[in-house]
Design a protein. Sequence first.
Length: 240
Amino acid sequence: MTSINGGVLDGVRRIGAAVRSLSITGGISGAPLGVRLFGANASGAPKTGTWKAGDMVPDRTGVIWICTAGGTPGTWTSAAALALPLTGGTMSGAIAMGANKVTGLANGSGAQDAAAFGQINALLATTGASGFALQNGTPNVLTWTAPNDGNMHRVLVMAVLHCTSTETGGAVSLTFTLPDGTSGSKAIFAANNTTGAIGVPTSQNGPAFMLIEANTTIALVQTSALTGGAAVVFAEFWGS
C-alpha cells in the first residue's frame, strides 16, 4: 500500500508508504499517539526488532499482539488476554453485568457453582404481614399452582399460628399432589388453641418440605370452621 487519498485518511491521519505495514502517524486533538499495523508474524509476539507502544501485529495463528511498552523487542500482550474467551479461561476480577442477564446457565452441582434461577428457592406465595384471620368456614389460607412443565417442584411451607382468643375449631391442613399423582393431606395446626398460643406445624417441629407434581396446587386449607375465638395464620410458600 503506497497511499490512500494521497497519503491523507479522513483529512487528519497520514498513511506512511509501506508494503507490509500501515502507519497512522497523526491524530486528532486529545489522541496524539500514532498507530502502526504490521503484517503477520509467524507465531507469538515479535522477538526481534524495535517497536513502539501501541504497535499491533497479528500472527499466523490468528492472535493479535499489542505492544504495551516500546523497546527491542518491547513488551507484548495478546488481544485475547484482554477478553474472556468463548471456551475456557479464568477471570481475575469481578464482572459487573450492568443490569444485563446471564442466560443459558446450566444447573449448578458443586459448592462453588453458580445456581440457575430454577434451582433457587423463590417466594411463591405469602399471606403478607397482616396474616390470614381464621374464619367460620373452610377457606384456603394460601395456595400456589406449579407450572405445567412436566417437572416435579419443591415447596417449603413456612407457617405460624397466633391465637388471640381461645378457639373453638380452626384446624389447618396442607393439601398437595405428589409427583406420582397421589393426592395427600397433612395436619399443620390443630384446632382449639388457647389464648396466647403460638403454633408451629404439628407434623414436624418446623417448616414442611414438599415435592409436588407439575400443574397441581398446594394449599394451606382451614379444615374446620372457627366457631369461637380468634387466630391469625402467617404463612409463606418458597420453592421453584
